[in-house]
Ligand binder design. Structure first.
Ligand SMILES: Nc1ncnc2c1ncn2[C@@H]1O[C@H](COP(=O)(O)OP(=O)(O)OP(=O)(O)O)[C@@H](O)[C@H]1O
Length: 231
């Protein structure tokens, strides 16, 4: 479904990602792990075409999308929920969600039923301003906005970071439901190893911009976690 082969990704002349290769088959959930600053966010931005320069191959459903502009990648079915969420505070919940629908290739500007199913709070508060929501509600809204484009692949960058504990569990359940019940392929940047193990069937451990380990989640040993994640 989504893969990288020998990818180098640059900010200016610095190659932040180096020689990165991995594959995420359709329906999988890949956890991207590693310490702060190793390149996890850069990996997501590279998939979306948001870094300065990339070499190597980025495959989506068998085609190389490396040369495609960001909006085309969104239109081809990649949804992105960035770290920090990117909610427009002055827009209502409805308007924030509808922004995501502009990536839909069929031109429809509507909120898919799945969004209301996943997030009853958003359904019941469509006219509230994004800026008046709690961090957890904003995170739900950011996921809802990405779902409004009917993505096949969802990129989630630390979706539970800085969120009150009672909503963390709800968001974790939504992520697993989207993957397991709705078949959406997920790439998840995650610091919580316990949740990564519970949710994903694949992992990718980054260290200093390179792949330190990659494989089925059963092979994510405590030793790997200590070596590449402990401070
Ligand atoms: N826009 C940018 N311009 C230049 N360098 C950047 C930019 N964004 C990130 N970097 C550098 O790239 C490296 C990787 O950063 P990145 O944010 O991808 O790491 P990360 O693993 O996601 O970290 P965190 O867990 O803190 O979010 C860091 O050295 C960072 O300083």
């Amino acid at each position: 479904m989504l893969d990288m082969t020998d990818v180098y990704s640059f900010y200016g002349s610095s190659p932040v990602l180096q020689n990165v290769s991995f594959a995420v088959p359709r329906g999988s959930l890949l956890s991207v792990l590693g310490r702060n600053g190793v390149g996890k966010t850069t990996l997501m931005r590279t998939v979306m075409g948001l870094t300065d320069r990339v070499t190597g191959r980025i495959g989506l459903g068998g085609s190389d999308i490396r040369g495609e502009p960001t909006h085309r990648r969104a239109g081809l079915g990649i949804g992105y929920v960035p770290q920090g969420r990117g909610i427009v505070g002055k827009f209502t919940i409805r308007e924030n969600i509808l922004m995501g629908s502009f990536a839909r290739p069929d031109g429809k500007r509507e909120i898919p039923p799945l969004v209301f199913e996943m997030f009853p709070y958003l359904r019941d508060n469509l006219n509230r301003k994004g800026g008046d929501l709690s961090g957890g509600q904003q995170q739900q809204l950011a996921i809802a906005r990405a779902l409004a484009a009917n993505p096949q692949v969802l990129l989630l960058d630390e979706p539970t970071e800085g969120i009150q504990p009672n909503i963390v569990e709800q968001i974790q359940t939504v992520i697993m439901t989207l993957n397991r019940q709705y078949g959406i392929t997920v790439v998840l940047v995650e610091q919580n190893v316990r949740f990564a193990r519970q949710a994903s069937n694949l992992f990718l451990m980054l260290d200093k911009g390179r792949v330190a380990a990659h494989g089925p989640t059963e092979s994510l040993t405590d030793d790997l976690v200590h070596r590449h994640m402990a401070v």
